[in-house]
Design a protein around this ligand. Structure first.
Ligand code: SF4
Length: 262
């Protein structure tokens, strides 16, 4: 059976899907988003954390994950929770994720993905997951390549596959000041969402995390956005929020709180 490289396992997670969850952070991501707040999740190889002296990135067998999950079965049942695969990009280790998830038939499974993966693999995953968290960052492909290092073509194609699959999903938008929270990009995302026949259950607008660069030093890496103005554009968010709510799309996220504050 396959083994997976994991950089963290979060127990009792409450923001990674319904109920109380066990979140598995798979190591390795094909994207290089300038704002990534998990630099230890970018490379698939184990890395030294120079602050702690520990190695980040441990190999787990499928059986080891099963054993971990078994301990939480009652909690999952009582809370309506389950297991979430996040990263990094979990589908970079698709065989391992499939081996684990396909055998946990009685547990709710959430996949948190950038959508950047082979469409055949993505379809296979849709057959076993109960909920998908799907990131949309930038609709303009030139900007997507500039700020994430890859084209969004496959991501937008997989979004079509996702909406037609009938699997419930959330769209998640990282709001990066002057990069993804621009008027043009939010307008493009709004149009993209409205063009979907099967709408997402929710749109999660994720405010910029001013501490995003906090872990880079530990891995002798430099945070690419260290000079960023870390305040999101409230006016653009307000328009985006209004446009989606007018179309009966529920938006969950800090930006709603921002709007209430202002
Ligand atoms: S997709 Fe997520 S994990 Fe990968 S680089 Fe972007 S923010 Fe980081």
């Amino acid at each position: 059976m396959n083994k997976g490289i994991i950089f963290d396992i979060k127990e009792f997670a409450i923001n990674d899907g319904p109920g109380i969850r066990l979140t598995i952070f798979m190591k390795g991501c094909p994207l290089r988003c300038l704002w990534c707040h998990n630099p230890e999740g970018l490379s698939q190889k184990p890395q030294i954390n120079y602050k702690t002296g520990c190695v980040t990135g441990v190999e787990y067998s499928v059986e080891q994950i099963f054993n971990r999950v078994r301990k939480f079965k009652d909690i999952f049942q009582l809370s309506g929770g389950g297991i979430t695969f996040s990263g990094g990009e979990p589908l970079m280790q698709a065989d391992f994720v499939y081996d684990v998830a396909s055998n946990l038939t009685d547990i709710h499974k959430t996949l948190d993905t950038s959508g950047f993966c082979n469409s055949q693999i993505f379809k296979k995953m849709l057959s076993i997951f109960n909920l998908i968290y799907y990131d949309i960052k930038l609709v303009n492909d030139d900007l997507h390549q500039k700020f994430t290092g890859v084209s969004n073509k496959i991501i937008l194609e997989n979004l079509k596959i996702l909406e037609r699959s009938g699997v419930p999903y959330h769209i998640r938008i990282p709001l990066i000041p002057n990069i993804t929270d621009t008027k043009d990009n939010l307008n493009d995302i709004k149009n993209l969402i409205l063009s979907l026949e099967n709408r997402p259950l929710r749109v999660d607008a994720l405010p910029y995390n001013a501490l995003a660069g906090g872990k880079y030093d530990s891995y002798n890496m430099e945070y690419p956005l260290k000079d960023i103005n870390d305040v999101n554009n409230i006016e653009n968010l307000k328009e985006f929020n209004q446009a989606l709510t007018q179309n009966k799309i529920e938006i969950i996220g800090e930006e709603v709180k921002c709007l209430q504050k202002n």
